[in-house]
Design a protein around this ligand. Structure first.
Ligand SMILES: Cc1ncc(COP(=O)(O)O)c(C=O)c1O
Length: 383
Protein backbone atom coordinates (compact mmCIF):
# COMPACT_ATOMS: atom_id res chain seq x y z
CA UNK A 1 0.00 0.00 0.00
CA UNK A 2 1.05 3.59 -0.35
CA UNK A 3 2.66 5.26 2.70
CA UNK A 4 0.18 5.77 5.59
CA UNK A 5 -2.77 5.19 3.27
CA UNK A 6 -2.32 8.40 1.29
CA UNK A 7 -4.54 8.42 -1.75
CA UNK A 8 -3.15 7.62 -5.17
CA UNK A 9 -6.26 8.54 -7.06
CA UNK A 10 -4.51 8.41 -10.42
CA UNK A 11 -4.48 4.61 -10.12
CA UNK A 12 -8.28 4.32 -10.05
CA UNK A 13 -10.14 4.07 -13.36
CA UNK A 14 -13.26 5.50 -11.67
CA UNK A 15 -11.42 8.75 -11.08
CA UNK A 16 -9.81 8.75 -14.52
CA UNK A 17 -13.21 8.25 -16.20
CA UNK A 18 -15.03 10.77 -14.02
CA UNK A 19 -12.53 13.42 -12.97
CA UNK A 20 -15.09 15.37 -10.95
CA UNK A 21 -15.37 12.38 -8.64
CA UNK A 22 -11.65 12.64 -8.00
CA UNK A 23 -12.03 16.18 -6.74
CA UNK A 24 -15.11 15.42 -4.62
CA UNK A 25 -14.58 12.00 -3.16
CA UNK A 26 -12.11 11.50 -0.35
CA UNK A 27 -10.11 8.29 -0.68
CA UNK A 28 -7.19 6.51 0.96
CA UNK A 29 -5.08 3.93 -0.87
CA UNK A 30 -5.07 0.61 0.94
CA UNK A 31 -5.46 -1.88 -1.88
CA UNK A 32 -2.91 -3.50 -4.18
CA UNK A 33 -4.69 -2.86 -7.46
CA UNK A 34 -5.26 -3.90 -10.12
CA UNK A 35 -5.60 -7.40 -8.73
CA UNK A 36 -4.44 -10.09 -11.17
CA UNK A 37 -6.74 -12.05 -13.45
CA UNK A 38 -5.65 -15.58 -14.28
CA UNK A 39 -6.83 -18.31 -16.56
CA UNK A 40 -7.67 -21.40 -14.49
CA UNK A 41 -6.30 -24.17 -16.67
CA UNK A 42 -6.25 -27.02 -14.15
CA UNK A 43 -9.53 -26.17 -12.42
CA UNK A 44 -11.17 -25.53 -15.80
CA UNK A 45 -9.99 -28.93 -17.08
CA UNK A 46 -11.29 -30.63 -13.95
CA UNK A 47 -14.80 -29.23 -14.41
CA UNK A 48 -14.87 -29.25 -18.21
CA UNK A 49 -14.89 -25.49 -18.63
CA UNK A 50 -12.12 -24.25 -20.92
CA UNK A 51 -13.01 -20.58 -20.56
CA UNK A 52 -12.59 -20.27 -16.79
CA UNK A 53 -10.83 -17.22 -15.27
CA UNK A 54 -10.35 -15.92 -11.76
CA UNK A 55 -10.12 -12.35 -10.45
CA UNK A 56 -7.68 -12.50 -7.58
CA UNK A 57 -9.25 -10.06 -5.12
CA UNK A 58 -7.93 -12.43 -2.48
CA UNK A 59 -4.64 -10.55 -3.09
CA UNK A 60 -6.20 -7.08 -2.81
CA UNK A 61 -4.21 -6.09 0.28
CA UNK A 62 -0.71 -6.69 1.53
CA UNK A 63 -1.83 -7.39 5.08
CA UNK A 64 -5.28 -8.73 4.32
CA UNK A 65 -6.97 -9.22 0.97
CA UNK A 66 -10.52 -10.06 -0.01
CA UNK A 67 -13.41 -7.88 -1.04
CA UNK A 68 -13.48 -5.46 1.88
CA UNK A 69 -10.33 -3.50 1.09
CA UNK A 70 -11.73 -1.77 -1.99
CA UNK A 71 -14.78 -0.59 -0.02
CA UNK A 72 -12.70 0.59 2.92
CA UNK A 73 -10.64 2.87 0.69
CA UNK A 74 -13.70 5.08 0.22
CA UNK A 75 -15.17 4.61 3.69
CA UNK A 76 -11.94 5.43 5.47
CA UNK A 77 -11.28 8.21 2.96
CA UNK A 78 -14.32 10.05 4.27
CA UNK A 79 -13.54 9.28 7.91
CA UNK A 80 -9.93 10.45 7.62
CA UNK A 81 -11.24 13.82 6.49
CA UNK A 82 -13.00 14.26 9.85
CA UNK A 83 -11.64 14.53 13.36
CA UNK A 84 -12.91 11.07 14.24
CA UNK A 85 -10.52 8.84 16.13
CA UNK A 86 -12.65 5.72 16.30
CA UNK A 87 -14.82 3.56 14.08
CA UNK A 88 -17.50 1.06 15.01
CA UNK A 89 -18.46 -1.71 12.67
CA UNK A 90 -20.82 -4.67 12.69
CA UNK A 91 -21.15 -8.24 11.54
CA UNK A 92 -21.36 -11.84 12.62
CA UNK A 93 -18.71 -13.28 14.95
CA UNK A 94 -16.47 -14.49 12.14
CA UNK A 95 -16.93 -11.41 9.97
CA UNK A 96 -14.20 -10.99 7.36
CA UNK A 97 -15.33 -7.38 7.05
CA UNK A 98 -14.82 -6.71 10.77
CA UNK A 99 -11.31 -8.15 10.55
CA UNK A 100 -10.43 -6.07 7.49
CA UNK A 101 -11.77 -2.96 9.21
CA UNK A 102 -9.70 -3.69 12.33
CA UNK A 103 -6.51 -4.20 10.33
CA UNK A 104 -6.82 -1.09 8.16
CA UNK A 105 -8.17 1.11 10.96
CA UNK A 106 -5.01 0.35 12.89
CA UNK A 107 -2.90 1.08 9.84
CA UNK A 108 -4.56 4.51 9.67
CA UNK A 109 -4.21 5.21 13.39
CA UNK A 110 -7.91 4.80 14.24
CA UNK A 111 -9.44 2.77 17.07
CA UNK A 112 -11.87 0.10 16.01
CA UNK A 113 -14.76 -1.54 17.84
CA UNK A 114 -16.51 -4.52 16.27
CA UNK A 115 -20.01 -5.34 17.49
CA UNK A 116 -20.60 -8.93 16.47
CA UNK A 117 -23.57 -11.28 16.54
CA UNK A 118 -23.52 -14.98 17.18
CA UNK A 119 -23.21 -17.44 14.32
CA UNK A 120 -22.54 -21.09 13.63
CA UNK A 121 -18.99 -22.09 14.56
CA UNK A 122 -16.16 -22.66 12.06
CA UNK A 123 -12.35 -22.58 12.00
CA UNK A 124 -12.34 -19.32 10.10
CA UNK A 125 -14.43 -17.72 12.89
CA UNK A 126 -11.69 -18.56 15.38
CA UNK A 127 -8.96 -17.23 13.12
CA UNK A 128 -10.77 -13.97 12.41
CA UNK A 129 -11.55 -13.33 16.08
CA UNK A 130 -7.95 -13.95 17.12
CA UNK A 131 -6.61 -11.78 14.31
CA UNK A 132 -9.07 -8.93 15.05
CA UNK A 133 -8.03 -9.04 18.69
CA UNK A 134 -4.36 -9.08 17.71
CA UNK A 135 -4.87 -6.01 15.54
CA UNK A 136 -6.35 -4.11 18.46
CA UNK A 137 -10.10 -4.22 17.78
CA UNK A 138 -12.38 -4.01 20.78
CA UNK A 139 -14.69 -6.98 20.30
CA UNK A 140 -18.21 -7.21 21.73
CA UNK A 141 -20.54 -10.18 21.32
CA UNK A 142 -24.35 -10.04 21.15
CA UNK A 143 -26.85 -12.85 20.74
CA UNK A 144 -29.06 -10.94 18.31
CA UNK A 145 -29.62 -7.78 16.30
CA UNK A 146 -31.92 -6.13 18.84
CA UNK A 147 -29.28 -6.26 21.57
CA UNK A 148 -26.56 -5.21 19.17
CA UNK A 149 -28.60 -2.16 18.14
CA UNK A 150 -29.23 -1.21 21.76
CA UNK A 151 -25.53 -1.55 22.53
CA UNK A 152 -24.63 0.65 19.57
CA UNK A 153 -26.81 3.43 20.96
CA UNK A 154 -25.18 2.98 24.34
CA UNK A 155 -21.67 3.17 22.89
CA UNK A 156 -22.45 6.31 20.94
CA UNK A 157 -23.86 7.97 24.03
CA UNK A 158 -20.86 6.97 26.15
CA UNK A 159 -18.40 8.33 23.60
CA UNK A 160 -20.31 11.57 23.37
CA UNK A 161 -20.36 12.03 27.14
CA UNK A 162 -16.71 11.02 27.62
CA UNK A 163 -15.03 12.59 24.59
CA UNK A 164 -17.63 14.99 23.18
CA UNK A 165 -17.22 13.16 19.86
CA UNK A 166 -19.01 10.37 18.09
CA UNK A 167 -17.24 7.39 16.55
CA UNK A 168 -17.93 6.83 12.85
CA UNK A 169 -20.14 3.90 11.98
CA UNK A 170 -19.20 1.58 9.13
CA UNK A 171 -22.15 -0.61 8.10
CA UNK A 172 -21.95 -4.41 7.99
CA UNK A 173 -19.93 -5.52 5.00
CA UNK A 174 -19.09 -1.90 4.15
CA UNK A 175 -22.09 -1.99 1.84
CA UNK A 176 -23.41 1.56 1.73
CA UNK A 177 -23.24 3.63 -1.49
CA UNK A 178 -19.85 5.07 -0.57
CA UNK A 179 -18.31 1.63 0.05
CA UNK A 180 -19.91 0.21 -3.07
CA UNK A 181 -17.90 2.67 -5.17
CA UNK A 182 -14.95 0.36 -4.53
CA UNK A 183 -16.64 -2.24 -6.69
CA UNK A 184 -17.84 0.21 -9.31
CA UNK A 185 -14.16 0.98 -9.69
CA UNK A 186 -13.31 -2.73 -9.69
CA UNK A 187 -15.58 -3.31 -12.71
CA UNK A 188 -13.81 -0.52 -14.58
CA UNK A 189 -10.50 -2.09 -13.60
CA UNK A 190 -11.71 -5.32 -15.20
CA UNK A 191 -12.68 -3.43 -18.37
CA UNK A 192 -9.12 -2.10 -18.56
CA UNK A 193 -7.69 -5.59 -18.08
CA UNK A 194 -9.85 -6.83 -20.95
CA UNK A 195 -8.61 -3.94 -23.09
CA UNK A 196 -5.03 -5.03 -22.27
CA UNK A 197 -5.88 -8.59 -23.35
CA UNK A 198 -5.37 -10.01 -19.87
CA UNK A 199 -8.62 -11.90 -20.49
CA UNK A 200 -11.50 -11.90 -22.98
CA UNK A 201 -14.74 -10.19 -21.96
CA UNK A 202 -16.50 -12.72 -19.73
CA UNK A 203 -20.08 -13.78 -20.37
CA UNK A 204 -20.65 -14.33 -16.68
CA UNK A 205 -19.18 -13.36 -13.33
CA UNK A 206 -19.89 -15.53 -10.29
CA UNK A 207 -19.67 -13.73 -6.95
CA UNK A 208 -21.04 -14.38 -3.44
CA UNK A 209 -23.92 -12.18 -2.26
CA UNK A 210 -23.88 -11.14 1.39
CA UNK A 211 -24.39 -7.49 2.25
CA UNK A 212 -24.69 -7.05 -1.55
CA UNK A 213 -22.14 -4.29 -2.08
CA UNK A 214 -19.72 -6.31 -4.18
CA UNK A 215 -22.32 -7.52 -6.69
CA UNK A 216 -24.13 -4.16 -6.75
CA UNK A 217 -20.92 -2.25 -7.47
CA UNK A 218 -19.87 -4.68 -10.19
CA UNK A 219 -23.25 -4.39 -11.91
CA UNK A 220 -23.11 -0.60 -11.91
CA UNK A 221 -19.52 -0.47 -13.12
CA UNK A 222 -20.01 -3.03 -15.89
CA UNK A 223 -23.04 -1.19 -17.20
CA UNK A 224 -21.29 2.18 -17.01
CA UNK A 225 -18.44 0.59 -19.01
CA UNK A 226 -20.89 -0.57 -21.69
CA UNK A 227 -20.06 -4.23 -21.12
CA UNK A 228 -22.41 -7.13 -21.73
CA UNK A 229 -21.00 -9.29 -18.94
CA UNK A 230 -23.69 -10.53 -16.56
CA UNK A 231 -23.14 -10.77 -12.82
CA UNK A 232 -24.47 -13.89 -11.12
CA UNK A 233 -24.74 -13.10 -7.40
CA UNK A 234 -24.91 -16.28 -5.32
CA UNK A 235 -26.84 -15.57 -2.14
CA UNK A 236 -25.11 -16.89 0.98
CA UNK A 237 -27.21 -15.09 3.60
CA UNK A 238 -30.89 -15.19 4.53
CA UNK A 239 -33.24 -13.52 2.08
CA UNK A 240 -34.44 -10.82 4.46
CA UNK A 241 -30.90 -9.43 4.31
CA UNK A 242 -30.21 -9.94 0.61
CA UNK A 243 -33.21 -9.62 -1.68
CA UNK A 244 -33.63 -8.16 -5.19
CA UNK A 245 -35.65 -5.30 -3.67
CA UNK A 246 -32.91 -4.35 -1.22
CA UNK A 247 -30.27 -4.73 -3.89
CA UNK A 248 -32.12 -2.50 -6.32
CA UNK A 249 -32.41 0.14 -3.60
CA UNK A 250 -28.65 0.01 -2.94
CA UNK A 251 -27.92 0.23 -6.66
CA UNK A 252 -30.22 3.24 -7.11
CA UNK A 253 -28.69 5.03 -4.14
CA UNK A 254 -25.19 4.41 -5.44
CA UNK A 255 -26.00 5.59 -8.97
CA UNK A 256 -27.64 8.69 -7.45
CA UNK A 257 -24.53 9.40 -5.39
CA UNK A 258 -22.32 9.10 -8.45
CA UNK A 259 -24.58 11.32 -10.57
CA UNK A 260 -24.77 13.96 -7.84
CA UNK A 261 -21.00 14.12 -7.52
CA UNK A 262 -20.34 13.96 -11.25
CA UNK A 263 -23.29 14.75 -13.56
CA UNK A 264 -21.46 13.06 -16.43
CA UNK A 265 -22.05 9.68 -14.76
CA UNK A 266 -24.77 7.92 -16.81
CA UNK A 267 -28.28 7.71 -15.27
CA UNK A 268 -28.25 3.91 -15.23
CA UNK A 269 -31.37 1.92 -14.53
CA UNK A 270 -31.71 -1.78 -13.77
CA UNK A 271 -34.66 -4.07 -14.33
CA UNK A 272 -35.72 -6.82 -11.93
CA UNK A 273 -34.58 -9.42 -14.50
CA UNK A 274 -31.06 -8.07 -14.39
CA UNK A 275 -30.84 -8.81 -10.67
CA UNK A 276 -30.81 -12.52 -11.22
CA UNK A 277 -29.89 -13.71 -7.72
CA UNK A 278 -29.05 -17.40 -7.25
CA UNK A 279 -30.94 -18.73 -4.25
CA UNK A 280 -30.10 -22.42 -4.40
CA UNK A 281 -26.60 -22.58 -2.88
CA UNK A 282 -27.03 -21.28 0.67
CA UNK A 283 -27.88 -24.70 2.13
CA UNK A 284 -29.13 -24.65 5.71
CA UNK A 285 -28.35 -20.98 6.25
CA UNK A 286 -25.71 -18.31 6.67
CA UNK A 287 -22.21 -19.73 7.29
CA UNK A 288 -23.49 -23.32 7.39
CA UNK A 289 -21.17 -25.15 5.07
CA UNK A 290 -22.65 -27.25 2.28
CA UNK A 291 -21.29 -30.53 0.91
CA UNK A 292 -21.14 -28.92 -2.57
CA UNK A 293 -19.25 -25.92 -1.19
CA UNK A 294 -16.73 -28.07 0.66
CA UNK A 295 -16.15 -30.16 -2.46
CA UNK A 296 -15.72 -27.07 -4.63
CA UNK A 297 -13.29 -25.58 -2.09
CA UNK A 298 -11.26 -28.80 -2.02
CA UNK A 299 -11.03 -28.71 -5.81
CA UNK A 300 -9.87 -25.09 -5.83
CA UNK A 301 -7.27 -25.80 -3.14
CA UNK A 302 -5.98 -28.95 -4.84
CA UNK A 303 -5.78 -27.60 -8.39
CA UNK A 304 -4.94 -23.93 -7.78
CA UNK A 305 -3.71 -23.70 -4.17
CA UNK A 306 -6.25 -20.97 -3.41
CA UNK A 307 -8.13 -21.17 -0.08
CA UNK A 308 -11.91 -20.73 -0.06
CA UNK A 309 -14.28 -19.81 2.70
CA UNK A 310 -17.17 -22.18 3.40
CA UNK A 311 -19.54 -19.32 4.21
CA UNK A 312 -18.92 -17.26 1.08
CA UNK A 313 -16.57 -18.03 -1.79
CA UNK A 314 -17.00 -21.81 -1.56
CA UNK A 315 -20.77 -21.51 -2.06
CA UNK A 316 -20.37 -19.18 -5.04
CA UNK A 317 -17.76 -21.45 -6.57
CA UNK A 318 -20.03 -24.46 -5.96
CA UNK A 319 -22.73 -22.70 -8.01
CA UNK A 320 -20.24 -22.33 -10.86
CA UNK A 321 -19.08 -25.95 -10.61
CA UNK A 322 -22.71 -27.15 -10.53
CA UNK A 323 -23.60 -25.08 -13.59
CA UNK A 324 -20.56 -26.40 -15.46
CA UNK A 325 -21.61 -29.98 -14.63
CA UNK A 326 -25.13 -29.24 -15.85
CA UNK A 327 -23.68 -28.09 -19.18
CA UNK A 328 -25.13 -24.58 -19.04
CA UNK A 329 -21.68 -22.96 -19.26
CA UNK A 330 -20.45 -24.83 -22.32
CA UNK A 331 -18.61 -22.46 -24.67
CA UNK A 332 -18.95 -19.57 -22.22
CA UNK A 333 -16.24 -17.40 -20.74
CA UNK A 334 -16.71 -17.38 -17.02
CA UNK A 335 -14.97 -15.28 -14.39
CA UNK A 336 -14.95 -16.35 -10.77
CA UNK A 337 -14.51 -13.22 -8.63
CA UNK A 338 -12.54 -14.44 -5.65
CA UNK A 339 -13.59 -12.41 -2.63
CA UNK A 340 -11.89 -14.28 0.19
CA UNK A 341 -8.53 -13.21 1.58
CA UNK A 342 -5.61 -15.54 0.89
CA UNK A 343 -2.95 -13.80 2.96
CA UNK A 344 -1.73 -16.13 5.68
CA UNK A 345 -2.91 -15.08 9.15
CA UNK A 346 -2.00 -18.33 10.86
CA UNK A 347 1.02 -16.93 12.70
CA UNK A 348 -1.03 -14.01 14.01
CA UNK A 349 -3.81 -16.34 15.16
CA UNK A 350 -1.42 -18.88 16.66
CA UNK A 351 0.25 -16.16 18.72
CA UNK A 352 -3.02 -15.06 20.37
CA UNK A 353 -4.60 -16.81 23.36
CA UNK A 354 -8.39 -16.94 22.99
CA UNK A 355 -8.78 -16.49 26.74
CA UNK A 356 -7.67 -12.88 26.32
CA UNK A 357 -10.84 -12.23 24.26
CA UNK A 358 -14.06 -11.17 26.00
CA UNK A 359 -15.84 -14.15 27.57
CA UNK A 360 -18.72 -14.07 25.09
CA UNK A 361 -16.37 -15.32 22.37
CA UNK A 362 -14.82 -18.25 24.26
CA UNK A 363 -17.47 -20.65 23.08
CA UNK A 364 -16.16 -20.41 19.52
CA UNK A 365 -12.93 -21.98 20.80
CA UNK A 366 -14.43 -24.43 23.27
CA UNK A 367 -17.35 -25.73 21.19
CA UNK A 368 -16.97 -28.04 18.22
CA UNK A 369 -16.93 -26.56 14.75
CA UNK A 370 -19.74 -27.61 12.43
CA UNK A 371 -19.34 -31.15 11.03
CA UNK A 372 -18.46 -30.20 7.44
CA UNK A 373 -15.69 -27.79 8.46
CA UNK A 374 -12.28 -29.35 7.96
CA UNK A 375 -10.44 -26.12 8.55
CA UNK A 376 -11.40 -24.44 5.30
CA UNK A 377 -10.06 -20.97 4.88
CA UNK A 378 -7.56 -21.34 7.69
CA UNK A 379 -4.05 -22.62 7.20
CA UNK A 380 -2.55 -25.76 8.57
CA UNK A 381 -1.83 -25.39 12.22
CA UNK A 382 -4.35 -22.63 12.95
CA UNK A 383 -6.88 -23.27 15.65
C1 LIG B 1 -15.19 -13.57 1.74
C2 LIG B 1 -16.42 -12.82 1.42
N1 LIG B 1 -16.93 -12.94 0.18
C3 LIG B 1 -18.06 -12.30 -0.18
C4 LIG B 1 -18.73 -11.50 0.72
C5 LIG B 1 -20.01 -10.87 0.28
O1 LIG B 1 -19.78 -9.59 -0.20
P1 LIG B 1 -20.88 -8.51 0.00
O2 LIG B 1 -21.09 -8.38 1.47
O3 LIG B 1 -20.33 -7.29 -0.62
O4 LIG B 1 -22.11 -9.01 -0.68
C6 LIG B 1 -18.23 -11.33 2.02
C7 LIG B 1 -18.93 -10.47 2.98
O5 LIG B 1 -18.63 -10.40 4.12
C8 LIG B 1 -17.05 -12.01 2.37
O6 LIG B 1 -16.52 -11.90 3.59
Amino acid sequence: MSPAGRSRKDRLPLFRDYPQLATRLPHVSLADVPTPVEKMEAVGAAIGLAGLYIKRDDLSGELYGGNKVRKLEFLFGKIMGTRAKEVITFGFAGSNHALATAIYARQLGLKCSSLLMSQVNAHYVRQNLLASHHYGARLCHYPNLALLSLATGGQLLRSWIRHGALPRLIPAGGSCPLGILGYVNAALELRDQIARNDLPEPDLIYVPLGSMGTAAGLMIGLKAAGMKTRVLPVRVIEEQMASPKRMLRLIRQTVALLATLDPSFPPLTFSDEELCIRNDCIGEGYAQFTAEGVKAADLMKREAGIPMNGAYSAKAFAALVGDAAAGVLTGKRVLFWNTYNSRDLSAVAAGTDYRTLPGGFHRYFEDEVQPLDKGQGSRKGTP
